[in-house]
Design a protein around this ligand. Sequence first.
Ligand code: BTN
Length: 252
Amino acid sequence: MYKIPANTLFLGKNLVFVPECHSTNTIALQFTQKPSATEGTVVITDHQTAGRGQRGNFWEAEPGMNLTFSIIFKPFFLPAREQHFLTIMTSLAVRDYLLSRIAEPVSIKWPNDILIDNKKVCGILIENQVQGPQIMSTVAGIGLNVNQTEFGIDKTTSLKLLTQTVTPLNEALETLLSCIEGRYLQLRQQKYDGLMKEYLDCLYWRNEKHIFSSGNMNFEGTIESIGEDGGLLIRTDEGIRSFQVKELVFFS
Ligand code: BTN
């Protein structure tokens, strides 16, 4: 059903289609143990029965209506302490794709939810296998809402809801993979500053005062930046505080 993309150098050239599976990230993680799992391998399905999200959440997607796939990277060039740049480059790539399709602003809710008009259109789950200072492999799982129009969860949207047109999944995959490859090559050239600047420029709630919650305590703060370890830096009454993903809830 999915074609090998013509417009990429290496991404998706090894394209593994599984009609149904629990989670493409789980399959891709198993593949990383095999020598045949070359960099750029894509595992894609039409029906994920136990899609995994961030913070142990599930990812639900109507069968055959959306893109649910995972990419294997071997980012040996990237020190483990910079692994958050894999999140940054993937989020920016999905944003690039969406901007090629729609006129509305696309923002990134830290670390990697892609939002349009305050609604989530894409979720990303990055899983790195790290040994000491080196990243051995990365699985980047992407769930992009394409043609689904009804969602069990509020604040969710899709390309179909935004554009009123049906997008052939194969077409969306080909263009999206090309965007991801472009951003990955930018990362491989170690263009960290440029990637970070673009990421900060479209970071949801940046430079605005909002309520957050951490360890059951609500507090007011303003997102300022990303720390050297990838943590979110929020200015509060007590000064700048740094948070990791599991420590923070965006409140209102
Ligand atoms: C999130 O927003 O919580 C992340 C969702 C990531 C979902 C994608 S769908 C393809 C890949 N396989 C999975 O099990 N999860 C990711």
